[in-house]
Write a protein that binds this ligand. Structure first.
Ligand code: AQP
Length: 329
């Protein structure tokens, strides 16, 4: 990492399942917009992904694919550093230290994402899934991060990172920078196509999300089958028309057309025309995205990740050294 004067942003995505429009619109697309103004570090958070069981062969490829998604989404490897979390052992080292020195059981018991995910899994929940927000705090704090651009669902986790940093600084002396959360106004929470009351999520059924790798045919089917609200007017009303509001948000963000214009355009047409056009907008986006994705080789990505681990390692090591010193380790 260069000693850039720019403020630092850090963010990441788990290399699990199919990355979807929610991941793209809520997080990755805004990284691409921010990368010029910030010293940008984008991590493939594979240690987070093993909080649930992964098939090794699929996982290896998914890690490479996640880097390809970043690149295809416009992350410029000359501007930003893309690296793999498990290449830098200081992430887990700092997580352990924060577990002991700063995090409390009650902090983690309050995390809504854990409550949601653990309820869905019943008995079979790993300790890692419970502790995941502390690892995320370590990821962020290792690099002196100023800002963390994430989707709305991760806000609580970034707030925990802030709390842990403040507690550590208070108890052991000034060590960590306190990071800000950055959440975009529209698209911060893209909802599921089959259930507009739940966020679009890759661990849900395929009818819930548009994967970045979906074919035109599948995408078309998913949008035409997407749940709609009662009535037939295409209006943006999150409370009374959450499904249409969600589809309008996706349409607007991918086309650059304002929601007002879209409401006007479809005021007489009903849901059918609106959905048909939306399917086309999404198909065009996916075609362009997939062309870029497919042009990147596994080998290219392996080399980039290997090279970039060496760029971030010195900063991670310097932070750990400082932390250990404060603790008398
Ligand atoms: N539906 C969403 N709308 C907006 N942003 C979203 N993000 C995820 N879903 C949406 C943002 O994408 C980034 C990476 O998330 P992640 O894949 O690491 O974990 P997640 O938030 O748990 O995403 P999923 O799809 O719901 O994965 P599973 O189903 O595996 O848990 C984050 O910035 C997140 O906010």
């Amino acid at each position: 990492m260069t000693t850039s004067k720019k403020p630092t942003i850090f963010s990441g995505v788990q290399p699990t399942g199919n990355l979807h429009l929610g991941n793209y619109l809520g997080a990755i697309s805004q990284w691409a917009v921010m990368q010029e103004k910030y010293q940008s570090i984008f991590c493939i958070v594979d240690y987070h992904a093993i909080t649930v069981r992964q098939d090794a062969e699929t996982f290896r490829q998914q890690i490479l694919n996640t880097a390809k998604v970043y690149l295809a989404a416009g992350i410029d490897p000359k501007e930003a550093i893309i690296f793999q979390q498990s290449d830098i052992k200081e992430h887990t080292e700092l997580a352990w230290i924060l577990n002991c020195a700063s995090a409390r059981m009650s902090d983690l018991e309050n995390m809504t994402q854990f409550k949601d995910k653990s309820t869905a899994k019943g008995e079979n929940v790993s300790v890692g899934l419970f502790d995941y927000p502390v690892l995320m705090a370590a990821d962020i704090l290792l690099y002196g991060t100023d800002a963390v651009p994430v989707g709305d669902d991760q806000k609580q986790h970034v707030e925990l990172a802030r709390d842990l940093a403040k507690r550590f600084n208070h108890d052991f002396g000034e060590t960590f920078k306190i990071p800000e959360v950055v959440i975009r106004k529209e698209g911060a929470r893209i909802m599921g196509l089959d259930n507009p009351k739940q966020k679009m999520s890759k661990s849900a059924s395929p009818a819930n999300y548009i994967a970045l790798t979906d074919s035109a045919e599948i995408n078309h089917k998913k949008i035409m089958r997407a749940v709609t609200d009662s009535g037939s007017s295409v209006t943006f009303d999150k409370d009374n028309k959450p499904a249409i509001a969600n589809l309008l948000t996706i349409y607007s963000l991918l086309s650059g057309n304002t929601i007002k214009n879209l409401e006007h355009k479809y005021r007489a047409g009903g849901y059918g025309d609106f959905k048909k056009d939306l399917a086309e907008v999404v198909t065009d986006f996916l075609a362009d995205f997939q062309q870029k994705f497919n042009a990147i080789s596994d080998q290219e990505v392996r080399e980039l990740l290997k090279h970039n681990a060496e760029l971030v390692r010195p900063k991670a090591q310097a932070t750990i050294e400082k932390v250990k010193k404060q603790l008398g380790l």
